[in-house]
Design a protein around this ligand. Structure first.
Ligand code: C2E
Ligand code: CA
Ligand code: CA
Length: 822
């Protein structure tokens, strides 16, 4: 040891020693940097990196040796033989290649590999050193000391092994630097120990040939070769790191732009994450790295653990570490480890999607789907589901259940009279009162319109019917109280129908249908009351249902007929047109009047195809008439609200060839109120076609004047209920007069319906009524019985019943030209 030390202290040029150490350090650091790249690469690239590593490390060590030798000044002339010098460089590079290759040969990177690599590198440095020494020629005899030689090689082996173990396969600079420094130290240790192993005995007889490499030349050659190689290595590392750096940057930018949280996990701990994940986790990347992911931060809804095929979609929750509310998430996991590259070893990438927005949207949709927008009560769908669930429970527990159907009396009228907003206020208030009347598990729901339902789970101690009757009584009372709206009190009242479980039905559907039936009865019996369902009610309803089915078939089979009732000018009694009135030719029941099936058709929607059929039939028939008489057709409220009505009328006019001016459509006031804007819109379009519009049943609706002003009607038809009372009820007379006055002031002709007597006719004529219609003029009749009026010369009343023969005023006007068309 002392020998080594004294050798270093006494026989070396310190400056040169420092240069040698520096060169060695540079080369070692670069070599480990290159070595780390080699670890990440495969195939040709891996071989290239290995070659680079070996070249840099080998030449570096070799340069260190020779610079060390140049620093060595034994006090006599020295030189180097070229062969030995070059041989030693090759030896160094070869051993380095073998050593680094061995160290990285096994992907699992066990210690044995590192040690094998260290052994090869240590031996390589030793071999290089002693090969190099063999090229050393000096004026003296070198005496070798075997033990120190052994020690020097062992130092080299140990140092190289330590360097490899320290550097590992890390991409981190620190560990690479540790490896580099350790290798430098081991090389220096080997070199100077090796130098300590020689003793120079000067011998002037030995001639140092002049053609040997001299000190100065060697210094220049060694430093420039090494420098170039190290620079080339560094350049390669730089270029590679530049490209991978920008690729990594790109990936990070992409990952951060992703809406999903992306987190890279190795053995359960977080290695990397994107911005979205950090936000979800409520912490910065720095805090997150190294933290366990599955230890409370991320939990799966099920307990299958992480599956890493990307197709595995899982749901779970993210618990932000800043203590925020846990977030519902969707998780996709994929193992990144392809078994080939070291830097992906054991890595799993998890994409985590924040489901909060989706969940809240889902909730909103579900809420909207289950609740009535206006009152917030469960809607029909929700009622069905909740009722079914409640029934199941009640059935099992032996509790009792009753179902109350509630329908507001005169709601429609209030709505029409005070407007939709007032109607809405009434509904909201009704909902509130109903909700207040029951406690969970009983509940209220809105079926639509002014129909509500209460599912009432009665106390077991009470008799069910009594409890339900009590509730119904309470409901009637609370719903009788007026509703305040914009300073006025809106009158309220309701009718109720009650059905009991299980007596009146075991399913929600049956209970609802039966309660509805009872409600229908309550309405019939004068409203403002409740009725319990009774078996007999079932019968009449079933009959209605049958009738609806038959009507549907009748429309298809064309079992309907249209009768025509004449309309005459009041002044001279001349027939100016006909109103089309439908009848149902039932196979077993005979002719059914419209009053018995039009409301049913309206309720079931069958009125739409029915009305279309009547319209088509009436137009086709009227188009055949030789006289251009007008034809009036009734439009039901539902029809008037069909968006395609104008188009339909248009196409029927075209296909029948009827002039639009001959067609008159009769609408009632109530038809307008269903959807005011749409109805008005349709009326305007119809009018634009050239069709006339009559206001039917005038006087039975509401706010009559404003309706008349809202649209330029071509005709007003005074309802027959007033006409028939002209001479019986002073009020009726006043109303008829008022309507006639109204028509005059608005310049709209008025038609009186239901004129049955001569008296009525005279009165109307005296009041300047424009037209009359009724049994006194003619009953509705099939078209073929009317040909004298539609095709022939007849112009006067069509009354055929001798009992009601009245003065045929206009017959005097005839005869005109006979039989123009036979
Ligand atoms: P409406 O439009 O007011 O038709 C007049 C109704 O009064 C007809 O009854 C007619 O037969 C009856 N009538 C006519 N003159 C007299 C009379 O002097 N005294 C009495 N007491 N009644 C008379 P109908 O044919 O039974 O029709 C009843 C209602 O059915 C019609 O009332 C109309 O609202 C509806 N309706 C009839 N046909 C159709 C149709 O094709 N479509 C639609 N939507 N409704 C129709
Ligand atoms: Ca009518
Ligand atoms: Ca009418």
């Amino acid at each position: 040891m002392f020998k080594v030390f004294s050798c270093l202290v006494n026989e070396h040029d310190y400056g040169m020693v420092a240069v040698a150490a520096l060169v060695c350090l540079c080369a070692s650091l670069t070599a480990f940097r290159l070595y780390s790249r080699m670890n990440g690469a495969r195939g040709l690239a891996r071989a290239a990196w290995l070659l680079f590593t070996a070249l840099v490390a080998g030449s570096g060590v070799w340069a260190t040796h020779f610079l060390g030798m140049l620093a060595y000044d034994p006090g006599v002339k020295t030189g180097f033989t070229p062969t030995g010098t070059i041989m030693s460089l090759m030896v160094a590079v070869l051993f380095m290649a073998a050593g680094f290759f061995a160290a990285a040969a096994n992907r699992e990177r066990d210690i044995a590999n590192q040690l094998a690599g260290g052994l090869l590198i240590g031996l390589g440095v030793g071999a290089m050193h002693y090969t190099g020494m063999s090229s050393f020629v000096t004026q003296g005899v070198i005496v070798w000391e075997a033990a120190t030689i052994g020690a020097s090689v062992m130092l080299g082996v140990a140092g190289a092994s330590a360097a490899l173990l320290l550097a590992g396969d890390s991409r981190g600079m620190l560990r690479q630097a540790l490896g580099g420094v350790t290798l430098t130290l081991s090389v220096c240790a080997l070199h100077f120990t090796g130098m300590g192993a020689i003793t120079m005995v000067p011998d002037a007889t030995i001639v140092v040939p002049d053609q040997l490499f001299s000190g100065g030349l060697m210094t220049l050659a060694v430093t420039s070769i090494t420098g170039l190689i190290v620079l080339a290595g560094l350049g390669a590392v730089f270029i590679e790191s530049q490209t991978t750096q920008s690729a990594l940057e790109r990936i990070r930018t992409l990952a951060n732009a992703a809406y999903e949280g992306i987190v890279v996990v190795q053995q359960g701990t977080i290695k990397d994450a994107n911005a979205a994940f950090c936000e979800m986790a409520g912490a910065s990347l720095e805090t997150l790295v190294g933290k366990p992911l599955m230890d409370g931060m991320l939990t799966f809804d099920d307990s299958r653990g992480v599956h890493t095929d990307g197709a595995d979609r899982r749901e779970g929750r993210m618990q932000p570490i800043d203590g925020g509310r846990s977030i519902p998430v969707e998780i996709f996991a994929r193992l990144m480890d392809d078994g080939l590259r070291a830097e992906t070893r054991g890595l799993t990438v998890l994409a985590i999607r924040d489901l909060r927005e989706r969940r809240s949207a889902e909730e909103k949709i579900r809420y909207l789907a289950e609740h009535d927008g206006l009152t917030g009560l469960p809607n029909r769908n929700a009622l069905q589901a909740r009722l079914a669930a409640t029934l199941d429970r009640v059935d099992a527990s032996g509790e009792r259940l009753s179902l109350v159907c509630i329908d507001l009396d005169n709601f429609k009228e209030a709505n029409d009279l005070h407007g939709h907003l007032a109607g809405d206020a009434v509904l909201v208030e009704t909902a509130r009162r109903l909700q207040e009347s029951v406690t969970s598990p009983s509940f209220a729901a809105r079926l639509g319109g002014d129909e509500f339902v209460i599912v009432y789970v009665a106390d077991q101690d009470h008799d069910q019917a009594t409890a339900a009757a009590e509730l119904a009584g309470r409901l009637l009372e609370t719903l009788r109280e007026g509703v305040q709206y914009e300073g006025q009190e809106l009158a309220m009242a309701a009718s109720l129908g009650v059905s009991l479980f299980p007596d009146d039905g075991r399913t929600g559907e049956a209970l609802l249908a039966n309660a509805d039936m009872a409600l229908y009865r309550a309405k019939e019996s004068g409203r403002g009351a409740y009725r319990f369902f009774k078996r007999e009610m079932d019968e009449s309803i079933r009959e209605r249902r049958n009738l609806a089915r038959e009507l549907r078939q009748a429309i298809i089979d064309e079992d309907l007929v249209v009768h025509y009732q004449p309309q005459a000018r009041a002044c001279d009694g001349e027939i100016c047109g006909f109103e089309a009135l439908v009848r149902w030719k039932h196979t077993t029941r005979g002719m059914i009047p419209p009053i018995d099936f039009i409301p049913l058709a309206e309720e079931t929607g069958l009125i739409v195809p029915l009305g279309e059929w009547v319209l088509r039939k009436a137009c086709a028939e009227a188009a055949q008439w030789t006289k251009p008489l007008s034809i009036a057709v009734n439009l039901s409220p539902l029809q008037l609200n069909q968006p395609n009505l104008p188009a339909l009328v248009h196409s029927i006019l075209i296909e029948s060839g009827l002039s639009p001016a001959r067609l008159e459509l009769e609408v009632t006031e109530s038809a307008l109120f269903k959807d005011y804007q749409r109805a008005l819109d349709n009326l305007r379009r119809l009018k634009a076609l050239g069709v006339r519009i009559a206001m039917d049943d005038f006087g039975t609706g509401f706010s009559s004047l404003s309706t008349l002003q809202s649209f330029p009607f071509d005709k007003i038809k005074v309802d027959k209920s007033f006409v028939e009372n002209i001479h019986r009820d002073a009020r009726a007379t006043v109303i008829v007069k008022a309507v006639l006055g109204l028509g005059r002031s608005l310049d709209i002709p008025v038609v009186a319906e239901g004129v049955e007597t001569d008296e009525q006719l005279q009165f109307l004529r005296g009041e300047d009524c424009a037209e009359v219609q009724g049994y006194a003029i003619g009953r509705p009749a099939p078209a073929d019985t009317l040909s004298a009026w539609t095709h022939g010369d007849a112009v006067g009343f069509i009354v055929t019943d001798p009992a009601v023969v009245i003065a045929k005023l206009v017959e005097a006007k005839a005869p005109r030209r006979r039989k123009k068309a036979a």
